[in-house]
Design a protein around this ligand. Structure first.
Ligand code: SF4
Length: 363
């Protein structure tokens, strides 16, 4: 069953590590953006009824709750099996959460990134560990038990001790889903660009070395597994039954429709993307060009992200898979092919062999 992605790119600040098409835009753009979102949703001829909705961004949690309700009211299928909103810690109130529940939201993903004040301050995030603790309790008190927390391994100044502190907080809070991302260094974030230019702003010269980041990731795998979570995708860990139904669609190549600036869509055969620029999106736009999906390559580089891997049918990559197997990056297990723990750490190199067509956006 397909899903719906809704993008809300507005943020209170631009975090140094962030490479999404999000940012601080004039506040007066927000109502026009919501109008355009609603219009885009209402003119859609739904070929199916969505079972999941994902409000990402950006910071959709800063959306006016009435506007959010009107946007969700334009999506058929309520109550959805899963309806997630990404939230920046620090802005949750009981009223807001009750309004979200009423609108159909039943899962919240908190962009915590770190529980260590020094690390947060350097990235531009304003919350504290105590605020996150309070908001997790608030969510549970409002009946939202499906909570995810994002962490980033590789933030400036991170040490084995500070990483342990963040993981200790995860254990204390006991949320049933955690995402652990390794810092992405590219020119789309201020921190990434600074690292590439050998600069020192934003703590760029204090970013842990690659091996240390890999160690942090492996420590997270051990700790989260000991907490009763399973790694079901490279960056995603969940207690059984709390895996993200929506995000699994991306890796399993199930259809989804994206709405809002920079949103991607996939109908099962073709992919397309809305204008990235918020002002262009608000100004109205012609139907985006559709590009045939690279079905074979995607099966490998999306499916291999999953711990369960893919069915053992290597054509037309038999030679490449054979090579990765002999290098210990890929293994066969119960009729399937999957990455080995070493393959997970070198997954970007593995996936590069399979990328052919338009790479879909997967977070
Ligand atoms: S990390 Fe999240 S809150 Fe920060 S700028 Fe990016 S989208 Fe906005």
């Amino acid at each position: 069953m397909p899903g719906v992605y809704i993008s809300y790119p507005f943020c209170a600040q631009k975090c140094t590590y962030c490479n999404f098409a999000s940012g601080v835009f004039p506040r007066e753009l927000e109502p026009s953006y919501v109008d355009e979102l609603r219009a885009e949703l209402l003119k859609t001829e739904w070929p199916w009824t969505p079972e999941t909705v994902y409000l990402g961004g950006g910071t959709p949690s800063q959306m006016d709750p009435t506007a959010l309700a009107s946007v969700l009211a334009s999506v058929p299928g309520k109550p959805w099996r899963e309806a997630t909103i990404e939230a920046a810690p620090g802005g949750l109130t009981r009223e807001k959460l009750l309004a979200w529940s009423e609108a159909g939201v039943n899962r919240v993903s908190l962009g915590v990134q770190s529980f260590v004040q020094k690390e947060l301050a350097r990235t531009g995030r304003k919350h504290t560990a105590e605020i996150v603790e309070r908001e997790v309790a608030l969510l549970r008190g409002c009946g939202i038990a499906s909570i995810s927390i994002d962490l980033i391994a590789g933030l400036p100044g991170q040490t084995p001790a500070s990483w342990k502190e963040s993981l200790d907080w995860i254990e204390r809070l006991g949320t049933p889903h955690v995402s652990v991302y390794m810092l992405e260094v590219d020119e789309d974030s201020r921190l990434g660009l600074e690292i590439l230019n050998n600069g020192s702003r934003y703590g760029a010269s204090d970013v842990p070395v690659e091996d240390a980041i890999a160690d942090y990731y492996e420590t997270a795998v051990e700790r989260l597994t000991a907490m009763g979570m399973e790694r079901y995708e490279i960056s995603n860990f969940a207690r059984r039954g709390f895996e993200s139904i929506h995000n699994l669609k991306y890796w399993k190549r199930e259809p989804y429709l994206g709405f809002g600036a920079d949103a991607h869509s996939f109908c099962g055969e073709m992919r397309w993307q809305n204008p990235e620029n918020v002002a262009d999106y608000v100004a109205g736009f012609a139907s985006p060009e559709r590009t045939p999906a690279d079905a074979v390559g995607e099966k490998f580089y999306l499916g291999l992200r999953l711990s369960e891997g893919i069915a053992d049918d290597t054509a037309p990559f038999a030679e490449v898979i054979g090579q990765f197997t002999s290098e210990g990056l890929v293994e066969r297990h119960e009729g399937r092919i999957r990455l080995t723990p070493r393959g997970v750490l070198l997954s970007n190199e593995v996936f590069a062999e399979f990328v052919g067509g338009v790479a879909p956006s997967v977070r």
